[in-house]
Design a protein around this ligand. Structure first.
Ligand code: AP5
Length: 268
């Protein structure tokens, strides 16, 4: 078996029947991170950068829906057809459909290499389902990073976005352009413009974010997991702001865990 140079997302993108070539790093405290933020704030871009450093898979629910959309209609369940119609309009997919899709990929959430969730959870009911699922097996989250950016900049980022149809790498026509126009630097795949990056869909997506996703900021603040990070500047600058926050949080978690183990040892 050849060891991939970065984690494989086969199981996440295609479903539990797909082979996963990831060789989990394992260890004391796997990174289990959620990225929150409005559409176009740069979650996918940061997930790619973080994935190279943390070696935890980048798991995006949006990528799963787009992957299903590129397959034959006959292979899609009615729930998936409804999900794709919601996505094209810029609306959120119903919670039950999203949770079913995540639940059936539960192996990825149990991976000892950890995970970076991008685009999930997006509503309070989704966050509650995820919490119950993780708590059941003692899988604690490391942190929830909430990226923040003014709406005008978000619209310009979405308007120039291009995505690789094969490996899903994300580019921008002026801010983060590929070496060869229309062609992915990583795998040579064709770059395409997402259907939901049309102005009317962008408006609906931002409204859905304000209505349904923003309450998660309070949800995770109360849980003591929230890290708020400004998404202004270049992707590298944002990454440089994110990593120290994550490292500090993880050190605190490691100290908490060692303290609890020590107390346990004394009690027995
Ligand atoms: P999803 O794919 O998750 O889309 P999203 O959350 O709307 O986020 P985006 O992927 O649009 O943006 P991003 O923040 O990842 O930004 P990116 O890095 O690409 O979901 C799509 C749809 O699926 C939803 O609308 C919904 O219908 C459905 N769905 C998915 N999950 C769901 C769920 N859990 N519940 C219900 N429905 C769900 O960056 C954007 C652009 O900016 C790129 O061109 C990039 O190159 C550029 N850029 C990034 N960073 C910078 C920077 N620092 N400076 C300049 N340009 C930058």
């Amino acid at each position: 078996m050849t060891v991939p140079d970065k984690p494989s997302r086969a199981t996440w993108l295609q479903g539990p029947a797909a082979p996963c070539e990831t060789v989990p790093k394992g260890g004391f405290l796997p990174w289990r991170v959620i990225l929150l933020g409005a559409p176009g704030v740069g979650k996918g871009t940061q997930a790619e950068l973080l994935n190279q450093r943390l070696l935890a898979c980048h798991l995006s629910t949006g990528d799963v829906f787009r992957g299903a959309g590129s397959r034959n209609d006959a292979e899609q369940t009615p729930a998936m057809q409804e999900a794709l119609a919601c996505m094209r309009r810029g609306e959120l997919v119903p919670d039950m459909t999203v949770w079913e899709l995540v639940r059936e990929r539960g192996e990825c959430l149990h991976c000892t290499g950890g995970f970076i969730l991008d685009g999930f959870p997006r509503t309070v009911p989704q966050a509650v389902s995820l919490k119950q699922f993780l708590d059941k097996d003692g899988l604690g989250l490391t942190a929830v990073v909430s990226y923040e950016l003014p709406a005008s900049e978000i619209v310009s980022r979405l308007g120039g976005r291009r995505t690789c149809e094969k490996c899903k790498a994300v580019y921008h026509i002026t801010q983060r352009s590929p070496k060869v126009e229309g062609c992915c630097d990583h795998c040579g795949g064709d770059l395409f413009r997402r259907e939901d990056d049309r102005p009317e869909s962008i408006k609906l997506r931002l409204e859905a974010y304000n209505r349904s996703t923003e309450p998660l900021i309070e949800f995770y603040r109360k849980a003591g997991l929230l890290l708020q990070v400004s998404a202004t500047g270049s992707p590298e600058e944002i990454y440089d702001r994110t990593m120290p926050e994550l490292e500090t949080r993880r050190l605190a978690l490691a100290a908490e865990r060692m303290w609890a183990a020590e107390e346990n040892r004394r009690d027995t």
